[in-house]
Design a protein around this ligand. Structure first.
Ligand code: AKG
Ligand code: FE2
Length: 369
């Protein structure tokens, strides 16, 4: 991408942020009635419960039409096919390359915790045994992202990161692992609103996308139920280890949050402007190394680490989705994170444990031909 192209994209980003800031965050939203805990439980119990579809060898047109535009989660089983990261990344690799750096860990709700030496942290988690979904431990914190100044972050966001001097792990890693990964093969090349890319192609390994992070976590670690801050799509690219969890339809946002936190939140009726106009649905996912999952824009999700894990994630919105995204975010506001995991809520435990026993979790690979 040329210098002029980078500057145009940066101006596009600024214009869009200003527009959203003025029209969404400062706007008064209609207040919805609160949902009772008992009603929340019955909504989740009555919801359609299924596994996230698994596909491979998917074109970007099919991916956009079947999943992105319909706000339907999907796992692309061969997602990391062309990423050298699959061969190169390991706990040893990151110890050797970046082990001396100090990193700030986070708890299950993205809250900053202690700073530790990266090597000590990675050694501590690398050999821990696998756990089952729902076995959580509060002992081990997560490494998600550690950035230094806001100004440097802007430079990375606009593709000038290679010129920046930094000692912050996420920035340094972004610079040094650039050739190990790239835009997943099934994502559109161009036509993004977030980040703004209307000309040229999006190269997320050169221009740091929103919420870009290299995540390291131990078996039993969890990212509690939440909706991503800007309500954009996320791709969760699983390089080492396994993760599992659930994604909830937009109609269950209030019910799921109410159960997780044990206090009432606004009911979220399935509105005409909900992306995909989804009925009550819970998707369970099991993500294996080499796979990439789409977490559709605005949907609540909770993620558990089952075995020592290294993953990479970033967020985006394509141009054709923007109207739906904007209307939905105007109605619901920015994202949130629950104060407790939904996996620990008794009424939800009975939902997922029953489904596991009844075998209704059978996985299927969808044929695209
Ligand atoms: O991988 C994880 O634990 C959580 C990913 C996620 O949902 C996020 O970072 O927003
Ligand atoms: Fe998320």
């Amino acid at each position: 991408m040329s210098f002029i192209g980078d500057v145009c994209n940066a101006l596009g980003d600024v214009a869009l942020w200003t527009y959203e800031e003025a029209s969404i965050y400062r706007r008064k939203r209609e207040t919805q009635p609160l949902i009772e805990e008992s009603e929340a439980a019955s909504r989740l119990q009555g919801a359609d419960y299924r596994h996230v579809e698994r596909v491979s060898d998917i074109t970007s047109a099919t991916f956009s039409e079947r999943y992105l535009m319909r706000n339907e989660p999907v796992i692309v089983a061969d997602g990391l096919l062309d990423w050298p990261a699959q061969q190169l990344w390991s706990f040893n690799y990151f110890c050797e390359e970046f082990g001396d750096l100090s990193v700030r860990l986070q708890d299950a709700g993205f809250k900053p915790k202690d700073s530790v030496e990266l090597r000590a942290y990675l050694k501590q988690i690398a050999s821990l045994p696998e756990v089952e979904l729902g076995c959580m431990s509060n002992e081990l914190d997560y490494l998600r992202y550690t950035y230094d100044s806001f100004f440097k972050h802007l430079l990375f966001t606009w593709g000038f990161g290679h010129r920046v001097k930094t000692q912050s792990f996420s920035f340094l890693a972004f610079q040094r692992i650039q050739r190990h990964w790239g835009r997943p093969y099934f994502l559109p090349r161009s036509g993004y609103r977030i980040p703004w890319v209307q000309m040229g192609s999006l190269e997320p390994n050169k221009r740091m996308c929103q919420d870009w992070g290299l995540y390291f976590s131990a078996p039993g670690a969890c990212t509690r139920l939440h909706v991503d801050g800007m309500r954009t799509n996320a791709v969760l690219c699983q390089v080492v280890g396994k993760k599992a969890g659930w994604i909830f339809s937009s109609s269950l946002e209030g019910a799921a949050r109410t159960l997780a936190e044990g206090r009432s939140f606004a009911h979220s009726p399935a509105a005409a402007n909900d992306p995909g106009g989804q009925a009550d649905r819970i998707w369970r996912f099991d993500l294996e190394p080499g796979e990439i999952m789409l977490i559709p824009k605005g949907l609540p999700h909770e993620v558990h680490t089952l075995s020592p894990s290294i993953s990479l994630t970033y967020n985006f919105v394509t141009s054709p989705e923007y109207d739906d995204y904007f209307k939905f975010k105007s109605a619901r506001g920015p994202g949130w994170i629950a104060s407790a995991p939904i996996a620990a809520a008794l009424a939800f435990k009975s939902v997922y444990q029953k489904r596991a026993v009844s075998g209704s979790e059978a996985r299927e690979e969808v044929s695209l031909v």
